[in-house]
Every structure is written in C-alpha cells, then in structure tokens.
Design a protein around this ligand. Structure first.
Ligand SMILES: Nc1ncnc2c1ncn2[C@@H]1O[C@H](COP(=O)(O)OP(=O)(O)OP(=O)(O)O)[C@@H](O)[C@H]1O
Length: 295
C-alpha cells in the first residue's frame, strides 16, 4: 500500500441542485495503488460525487485535489471535464455501458488513445505523411490495446463488433478502454451491475490487477469504485467511504465499515427487524445465525 500523499483529496464537497443537497460537506482521501469504494443506499449521492470528480458538475462548494506521482497538482473543481480526462489523467466508466457499439473491440481501444495519436500526428499532417514518430505512436497504441485486451481476457474477440459482445465482456472492455488512456485515477460507476457471480469474480480479479500492477508507464493507478455488490466491495477494497443522504457517515477499512452501527442503520433503516437484501447482508455485519461470511 502507498504511504505517499493521497492521490485524490476531497475537501468539504457540497453539491446542490436547487433545494436538494446531493453531497453535503463530504471529505475523504483516495490513494494510488488502492481501491477506494464509495457505497451507500440509492440516492446517497455517489454518482453526483463522481460527476464532480470527473468534471461533469462543478461543485457548489469544495476542493478536489488530484496529485500526480511526479508531484503536479490539479484542482479538479476548476477544470472542465475534457481537461480532467486529458491533462489530469482521470478516466471513468458509466452505470450504463457507453462503448462504440459499431466499432471493433480493438478499435474501441485505439480510439481511446486518440489524444496521444493526434499529438503524434501533429494534428493530421504527420499521420497523413506517415512520419516515423506517428508510426511509432500508432504501434505503441496497438501494443497498449493488446496488453489490456489480454488483461481483460478479450484477445480472441479483438475483431468483434463491440456491440455484439456478451454483456459481461462489454463491461470488461469499458475498463480496458479507460485503462488505455493510462489514467492515474480510474473511476468506475457500478462495474458489477448485471454481472453473474463468475463475471463478478473476474471483475474483482481485473480490479486487483489494476491496483497491484504499475501501469506500463510505471505509475500506480488509484481506483475509485461505486458499487452496490457488497461481496465485490468488501473483498477487494482497501478503503470504504459510506454516504447516506449526501453526507459521509463512515470511512475506514472494510472491517471497520461493515461493523459500523451507522452503516448498518443506513442500510436497514430505522426498523432493524427488517431484512437486509441478501447481497448486502452477506457482507455487512449481521447476526451469525443468519450465515454471515467469516470476517
Ligand atoms: N442533475 C440532477 N438534478 C437534480 N437532482 C439530481 C441530479 N443528479 C442527481 N440528483 C439527485 O441527487 C441525489 C443523489 O443522486 P445520485 O445519483 O448521486 O445518488 P446515488 O447514490 O448515485 O444513487 P444510485 O445508487 O441510485 O445510483 C438524488 O436525490 C438525485 O435525485
């Protein structure tokens, strides 16, 4: 685990939509080489927080600092979304898959490297004339795409139209596409949604690989993960931040969070006789007689 300064520092983030406070004075840190999960009941403000980090929204109040390994700092709340992706090195996936369905799997990964290729082509001329620097960049882009295809086990589907892939494979392709931008921070919005248990286990393996393996450029990627599948969250997260009604109600390692009465109350509601949804109960604290997974 990293002991350096945090990769992302969120300070007093508040996001209001008219009278609705979707994020209310939220502060936390996320580190490179770690998976930080953002959990909480529906409507807790998780996606809104992601949208602030990735520049889709400008926070009403608050500071979002991203620190690169070489020390450069970016104040994300002051940057438009496309600059956050291009310059700050933040990549994201969405709750609803957003691939280029009519392009091949490989093409999706090359297009993700568009900025790098455009620079190498000196904005088209070098590419048209086949400058060596462009050919080198093109070769490297294909190699990086192949590297991530292999990691997400899609090499054999490289020529398939992305839209024809099975659902679980599309989810993995989205992650590979984000990783082809060589981000320092990867933001994943419910990557396990709709996956079966085998696919969820594969996803967990991919995310731990991303966390544990330096990128081909040599930096450690930090992962910010929104996920409702508690079995995935509790198994792979280093750090869990819990939101409820826009506020942070807990922050710590999975063991701390799953035993935190405030978290249990948020998921159970006031009536503690009510049953937790099985997928949540299995990984949050619950009476041993109900078959709690060993901590
Ligand atoms: N653009 C918007 N305009 C108005 N209200 C919004 C907007 N985006 C989100 N909200 C509201 O902010 C609150 C938090 O929503 P958000 O989508 O961030 O929650 P969430 O924790 O991601 O929920 P889920 O787990 O269901 O995806 C909700 O009450 C939602 O209706």
């Amino acid at each position: 685990m990293s002991t350096d300064k945090p990769l992302l520092t969120v300070e007093h983030l508040t996001m209001r939509f008219g009278g609705l406070v979707a994020n209310n004075d939220v502060s936390f840190e996320a580190r490179a080489g770690e998976i930080t999960a953002l959990i909480g009941p529906n409507g807790a403000g998780k996606t809104t927080l992601f949208n602030c980090v990735t520049g889709f929204y400008t926070p009403t109040v608050g500071r979002l600092t991203l620190r690169h390994p070489a020390g450069k700092e970016f104040l994300l709340e002051r940057m438009p979304g496309y600059r956050i992706a291009q310059l700050a090195g933040v990549a994201r996936t969405f709750q609803n898959i957003r691939l280029f369905g009519g392009m091949s799997v490989l093409e999706n990964l090359i297009v993700a490297q568009h900025n790098k290729l455009m620079r190498a082509s000196t904005f088209a001329i070098g590419g048209l004339l086949g400058f060596p620097s462009y050919r080198k960049a093109e070769h490297e882009a294909v190699e990086l795409a192949k590297y991530w295809l292999e990691r997400v086990r899609l090499t054999e589907f490289a020529d398939w139209e992305a839209g024809n892939l099975p659902y679980g494979a599309q989810r993995r392709l989205e992650i590979a596409r984000a990783m082809c931008t060589e981000p320092v921070l990867l933001c994943l919005d419910e990557p396990a949604a709709g996956l079966n248990p085998r696919e969820s286990a594969e996803l967990a393996e991919i995310l731990t690989f991303i966390r544990d393996t330096p990128s081909p450029r040599g930096h450690r990627t930090g992962v910010l993960l929104i996920e409702h599948d508690m079995s995935v969250v509790m198994r792979i997260s280093d750090h869990v931040v819990v939101l409820d009604y826009g506020r942070k109600i807990s922050d710590g390692d999975p063991e701390h969070v799953k035993n935190d009465p405030a978290v249990i109350r948020a998921y159970l509601g006031e009536d503690e006789d009510e049953d937790l949804p099985p997928e949540v109960a299995a990984d949050l604290h619950m009476p041993p007689t109900a078959g709690q997974k060993g901590a």
